[in-house]
Structure formats: structure tokens, C-alpha cells
Design a protein around this ligand. Structure first.
Ligand code: GAP
Length: 444
């Protein structure tokens, strides 16, 4: 994980947030390449969930909802973690994760293990961030930052059913920020207090719930493999009955073997009719499906819920590679080309040569209309290649002496390091095709 954190910082993917003020625990800011890569992940999710399907529509609901939403959903009373305080070192721990925690004393031990540890009884701590809406600061203005995007979907069920003229099975997909006052955040992007989610609520006839639950586990697993994660690093883990969230009839996690061990990458849950029934009872608006023949029922919900931050972390971990090439160390991010922040670099071999620069700039201007590409004329060619390797750029086009003679350029492949020559006039088409080709990581 340290190598990923250091590369992310060095190459401008992710920085600690508000660093000049000493940072804020587990909050991160995305730099240029981080923004581009995370945007690619979100776009690929929308492509698979909405663009390539007939049965799912998109939504972008508000972050601050009517607080009654969170009473109905069970979050006000139930979205809690058990917490213990240490009166000696003043740290807080999750009561159910004391085994993995470290106490504030040196040498650090598990909370409760030293004679000085003085732990309180466990108490329930609500993970929602509270805020106030409007000028009046009393409890009537209390509101919450959403801890999941899902509820914004449930409260729009009727709108979508009517306006998008859908009938089960159909889904509503949403990407957006969620907030949780996590007691033990950490492990870089894995668990932060402010993060994005990619959630889809799929409304189905109750009798079909089991079938769609299996279907979405398979679909989501295949999506991660499609975008390059190695199958040896992925597994599906069904939840035990005592782990299920308050709303779930069944749930499975797609887990990735992060440096911290096997951990949830995405959860797929069968939420039954819990949410629509709760909102029907609390709002007085019937959230049900009425068929043309008069049949009516409350659909069950199958929910694949992932997040682009955690997905990016898994992809960075999976892509990170070190090797020795011609007796020199090379660090390379073997990202899927669709995820890579920059698709190709355009490099004049000799930056002082005006003719090379002109050709390279011309190629850059042509390619940037279609793709995120980068022109780089700073420093020795070897250093420029290494920089592009570290940000995961799959292809580099180099303009050299031969280009000035025969209008061909060298294309270098990030993974194999193979080089071939291409006519300048064919580069645009070649790159378009290369980015469409199926890709598999060469990592074992
Ligand atoms: N609506 C269901 C739900 O929110 P979840 O398993 O708590 O389920 C879904 O969250 C996904 O959101 C996770 O798989 C993860 O990708 C992301 N996520 C949740 N909490 C997170 C956090 N503190 N930091 C980063 N990502 C988080």
C-alpha cells in the first residue's frame, strides 16, 4: 500500500487533503491523473449499467434529503457502529474490531491489552454527518449528509416508474458522493469519510428476486474482470446471517485481495421490499407497481453497490508492477487502457529540433480531438518514457529523425515494450483500434 500511496502522490493521482494545514484524517484530494482515471471508471460503469442496456435509467438525486427519509430507511436508529473509548489514550475504537486496532501507547498493543488501558462500555455511534438547513439552528432544521446514494433512488421510484414508463424488472443507477463519519477510516482510499458510490437499484417481481440476485453478482464480477482485475485477486463471499445489514435478505461481497487482505470491493444485496415498504408507510405515498391487468405488488430490490474510489484503489494495486529492463528498474502501472488517465504520449525525440516539435505538435493536436493524450518534450526520452509508464499510458508515439524523412513515427507499447513504425497519417486510426482491442494484464 505504501508504494501505491507514494506513486499516487509523486505522479499527481491523489494527495492528502488540506495538507498545508496538516491534513484531515482520511480525506484525499484527486489530482489531474486521479480525476481522469476516476472519471474513466465512472464512465465505464455508466456504459455497462445504462448505455449498453434497455432496462436501466440514470438519476442524480440531492445529497441532503428530507430527514424523514433517513428515519424511514432505518439509518437514524440503525446506521451505527459499536464504539469504545479509551479514557487513558483518548482514542476511539470499533468494539467489533479491537483485534485489528492499535492502542495509543508505545509500544502499541491491542486496546485493552496494557494495564493502563481503560476502555468504556461499548455504545452505539451513528455514522451519519448531521448538519442544519436554513438559518434557524434548532432540531427542526436538522438534516443529514447522505450515507448512501440508494435512498435518493427509492424516493424517486414513483417518478421514474411514471415518467420513464418502466415496469419491473428495471433499474435506476446513480453515481455520487456519500458521507460516513467512520470511526476507523484508513488504508488510503479504501475507507474515507467522504467518498463516491456507484449504486444501482434493480426493481423485480418478488418471485424473481433470487434469480436477479445471482445475475447481478455475475454481471458485476465480470465487469471487474473486463476492466483488467486479475481473477486470482477476486472472490465472491456470501454474507453470514449475522453480518447482514438491517435491510438485507441476502448479500454477497465481491472481494479484492487488497494489501490489507481480502476486503469488500462491491456489495450485492437483496433488499427485498424493505425500502419501498418503509417509504410507503412513512410518506403515505404508495410505492408499488400496478400492472395493466390491475395486478399490484411492491417490487423487491437487488442492489449492486460499489464505489469509484475503492475501485480505483483496486485497479492501482492490480496494475502496479516493478521490473528490471536493460539493467534499470522500471515501475509501470499496467492499467486497462480504458481506465488509464492518458491514452497516448506524443514525444519529439529531440525537443530542440523545430521540425520534430512541429510534427509532434501536429500529431498531438489531431489526436487530442478524440482522446486524452499528452505532449511531452521535457527531458531525456528515457525519463519521459518512465514518467508515462508510471501513470500507465499504454502507448507512446515518438517523432524522430526518420519521421522527417519518411513521415513515420515509432509506437511503443507500455506492456511489451515492443516498438513498431507507423505512417503518421495512420496513427489516429491505429490508436482508435488499439484502444478498442480486448486487453489482459501480463502480470502473473
Ligand atoms: N447502499 C448499500 C451500501 O451503501 P456499502 O457496502 O456500505 O453498501 C457500497 O457501500 C460501496 O460503497 C462499497 O462497496 C465501497 O465501494 C463504497 N464505500 C462504502 N463506504 C466507503 C468508505 N468509507 N470509503 C470508500 N468507499 C466506501
Amino acid at each position: 500500500m505504501d508504494k501505491i500511496v507514494s506513486l499516487s502522490r509523486r505522479r499527481g493521482f491523489v494527495f492528502p487533503s488540506s495538507e498545508i494545514y496538516g491534513g484531515l484524517g482520511s480525506a484525499y484530494d484527486y489530482g489531474h491523473y486521479g480525476v481522469l482515471a476516476k472519471n474513466n471508471i465512472k464512465a465505464l460503469w455508466l456504459q455497462a449499467m445504462v448505455q449498453e442496456r434497455d432496462d436501466i435509467v440514470a438519476l442524480d438525486s440531492a445529497i441532503i434529503l428530507n430527514p424523514r427519509v433517513w428515519e424511514a430507511s432505518g439509518h437514524v436508529t440503525g446506521f451505527t457502529d459499536p464504539l469504545v473509548d479509551c479514557r487513558t489514550c483518548k482514542l476511539r475504537f470499533r468494539a467489533d474490531q479491537l483485534e485489528q486496532a492499535s492502542c495509543g501507547r508505545k509500544p502499541s498493543k491491542r486496546p485493552g491489552e496494557t494495564p493502563d488501558c481503560d476502555l468504556t462500555e461499548a455504545r452505539q455511534f451513528n455514522l451519519m454527518f448531521k448538519t442544519q438547513v436554513g438559518a434557524v439552528e434548532d432540531s427542526s432544521s436538522d438534516a443529514y449528509l447522505r450515507p448512501e446514494t440508494a435512498q435518493g433512488i427509492f424516493v424517486n421510484f414513483k417518478n421514474v416508474l411514471q415518467l420513464a414508463r418502466r415496469k419491473p424488472p428495471f433499474g435506476i443507477a446513480q453515481i455520487g458522493k456519500s458521507f460516513r463519519n467512520e470511526i476507523t477510516p484508513g488504508n488510503f482510499l479504501f475507507r474515507t469519510r467522504e467518498f463516491e458510490q456507484m449504486e444501482m437499484e434493480y426493481f423485480v417481481p418478488p418471485a424473481e428476486a433470487e434469480e436477479w440476485y445471482r445475475y447481478w453478482i455475475d454481471q458485476r464480477y465480470a465487469w471487474y474482470v473486463r476492466y483488467g482485475l486479475r481473477e486470482s485477486m477476486l472472490r465472491i463471499r456470501p454474507h453470514e446471517a449475522d453480518e447482514l445489514a438491517h435491510y438485507a435478505r441476502a448479500a454477497s461481497d465481491i472481494e479484492y485481495l487488497f494489501p490489507i487482505g481480502w476486503s469488500e470491493l462491491e456489495g450485492i444485496a437483496d433488499r427485498g421490499d424493505f425500502d419501498l415498504t418503509q417509504h410507503t408507510q412513512q410518506s403515505g405515498t404508495k410505492l408499488e407497481f400496478v400492472g395493466e391487468g390491475g395486478e399490484r405488488y411492491t417490487p423487491y430490490v437487488i442492489e449492486p453497490a460499489g464505489g469509484p474510489d475503492r475501485t480505483l484503489l483496486a485497479m492501482l494495486v492490480d496494475a502496479y508492477d516493478e521490473e528490471v529492463v536493460a539493467e534499470r528498474d522500471r515501475i509501470v502501472l499496467r492499467l486497462h487502457p480504458a481506465v488509464a488517465p492518458v491514452k497516448a504520449a506524443i514525444l519529439p525525440l529531440i525537443p530542440r529540433n523545430g521540425d520534430m516539435v512541429e510534427k509532434a505538435r501536429g500529431l498531438f493536436e489531431e489526436l487530442r480531438k478524440r482522446h486524452m493524450v499528452e505532449y511531452d518534450d521535457g527531458g531525456q526520452i528515457g525519463r519521459r518514457y518512465r514518467r508515462q509508464d508510471e501513470i500507465g499510458t499504454p502507448f507512446a508515439f515518438t517523432v524522430d529523425d526518420q519521421t522527417l524523412e519518411d513521415d513515420t513515427v515509432t509506437v511503443r507499447d507500455r506492456d511489451s515494450l515492443a516498438q513498431e513504425r507507423l505512417p503518421l497519417g495512420r496513427v489516429r486510426e491505429w490508436l482508435g483500434e488499439a484502444l478498442e482491442r480486448p486487453w489482459r494484464t501480463p502480470k502473473a
